[in-house]
Ligand binder design. Structure first.
Ligand SMILES: Cc1cc2nc3c(=O)[nH]c(=O)nc-3n(C[C@H](O)[C@H](O)[C@H](O)COP(=O)(O)OP(=O)(O)OC[C@H]3O[C@@H](n4cnc5c(N)ncnc54)[C@H](O)[C@@H]3O)c2cc1C
Length: 433
């Protein structure tokens, strides 16, 4: 067959790019089939509002070993966010304002109590099931564990909002173990966890790192090629694009996000466990929105109740005549990424005279190649689904931040799982170096 390589990789996000680089550096011929017209998947640096804005994954940290190693490898630095000067929080029906330290203090005690079991239950974040007791904890929900804290109404509202922010979704069915895993990966220190999530951006943007990884691999990249079907047996794989073009290989890395795993027809089918996990899905179904407002504001953060369309806002770029904010909400259906008036109405709940000039975002939940934002799991996922999703099926190896051990849900997790899939394929194909 004309389009034959040793390994096919579906998807040119961070998991696919790293797997492709690792395998091609082992001397294997690798082809990446990517549905979009660009690389980098759920990270996307796009020009708008006079600068380049990250529409998807953005922040990285040295607590994240895999992404940090990539930055070191390619000599790429990070951009530090300016210090936060002011905080607004809307809790127990009241608007409050104060220093960021005051807001952090509201969260500190509750988060320390909430996350206290992380050292015992997740002693090794990269082996998240190493303590068998995690299985029982995996049935507990974030909302239920917050109930148990019996907080005063302000702390209760702020805690629920904080975890709805972290989940980019509703917390009623959110796995408590997912919160413990984040905490464990951040050395069991929630302030490190918080800093990891929204402080240091990649110099030149996520695209710079993705491009550096691609340039460093000998992999062939075929864009605009959504894979529709994969036939596989003990000998190898045939993948067919939607246009019918076929590609053959000895093994395959599949980096489809959990919510699009069922959009490719596998023959034979993926295991029942994998299909059930995909059907059950995950909770990261929220929104990220860039908002340009008139005037130079202080560098502030604002939190609102978990039910608000945007429940977290952070002033990200301060210019002489405008300020660019980044905002998150737990429900993509409640946010129109083109509606400046709606954004202004929400922002005025914190800052009554604020004036919105422009908004910009990408609806990842209705993006047919993502259907989710960052993966945050339901109860039972860690103990019941993750081991099965990580188990190769014949020559098919899943990779992606949805299937990572450590910083699952992050760029770091995507890179980790790209390495794991590459190693597993090299072993399968008896490549020793
Ligand atoms: C709004 C948002 C904010 C985030 N913030 C952060 C953050 O600050 N820090 C952080 O570390 N992480 C963040 N993340 C998460 C991070 O971006 C992702 O976890 C990571 O980029 C996922 O990489 P991946 O390779 O696993 O998957 P993806 O990047 O989704 O790659 C999968 C690829 O497969 C392709 N594909 C899908 N279907 C097909 C098909 N049929 N055929 C061929 N190709 C297909 C897709 O187009 C995509 O390119 C955020 C994500 C979002 C959406």
């Amino acid at each position: 067959m004309q389009n034959t390589s040793d390994v096919l990789v579906i998807g040119a996000g961070f998991a696919g790019l790293v797997a492709a680089r690792e395998l091609s550096r082992k001397g294997l011929s690798v082809r990446i089939l990517e549905a979009r017209d660009r690389i980098a998947g759920r990270t996307w640096l796009a020009p708008r509002m006079g600068r380049s804005l990250e529409l998807g994954g953005t922040w990285v940290h040295w607590s994240q070993p895999h992404v940090w190693a990539e930055l070191t490898r390619y000599g790429i630095g990070v951009v530090t966010a300016p210090e936060v000067e002011k905080a607004y929080w809307h809790a127990d029906g009241q608007l409050q304002e104060g220093s960021p330290e005051e807001l952090m203090m509201i969260l500190d005690g509750p988060n320390r109590d909430f996350l206290a079991p992380s050292r015992q239950l997740v002693p090794l974040p990269y082996e998240p099931l190493s303590n068998p007791a995690i299985k029982e904890a995996d049935q507990l929900t974030v909302a239920g564990k917050i109930d148990e804290l019996e907080l005063d109404p302000v702390s209760d509202d702020v805690m629920r909002s904080f975890w709805a922010l972290n989940f980019n979704g509703r917390i009623d069915d959110a796995a408590y173990t997912q919160a413990l895993r984040w905490s464990a990966a951040a050395f069991h220190e929630w302030p490190v966890m918080f800093e990891t999530c929204a402080t240091y951006k990649i110099q030149g943007g996520t695209r710079a790192l993705a491009q550096a990884i691609l340039d460093d691999s000998g992999a062939a990249l075929t864009l605009n090629t959504p894979v529709a079907q994969v036939r596989h047996n003990d000998e190898g794989i045939i993948a067919a694009g939607r246009d019918g073009t076929e590609y053959a290989a000895r093994a395959m890395v599949v980096t489809l996000p959990l919510h699009v795993l069922d959009t490719v027809r596998f023959e034979p089918e993926l295991s029942a466990g994998k299909r059930e996990a995909a059907a059950r899905g995950q909770l990261g179904l929220g929104a990220k929105l860039w908002i340009k407002v008139k005037g130079r504001h202080e560098r502030f953060i604002a939190m609102g109740p978990q039910g608000w369309p945007l429940n977290f806002v952070q002033a990200e770029y301060l210019d002489a005549e405008s300020t660019t904010l980044v905002a998150f909400g737990p429900d993509a259906a409640a946010v129109d990424v083109e509606d400046a008036a709606a954004a202004q109405e929400i922002l005025r709940r914190w800052i009554p005279d604020i004036e919105v000039l422009d908004v910009f975002g990408h609806d990842w939940v209705h993006d047919e190649y993502a259907r989710q934002t960052w993966p945050m799991h339901r109860t039972g996922y860690l103990s019941e689904s993750l081991p099965e999703l990580q188990r190769p099926e014949g020559r098919i190896h899943l990779a992606g931040s949805d299937y990572a051990n450590g910083w699952g849900g992050f760029i770091d997790g995507a890179i980790e799982s790209g390495h794991t899939a590459a190693r597993s394929i090299a072993e399968q194909l008896h490549i020793r170096h």
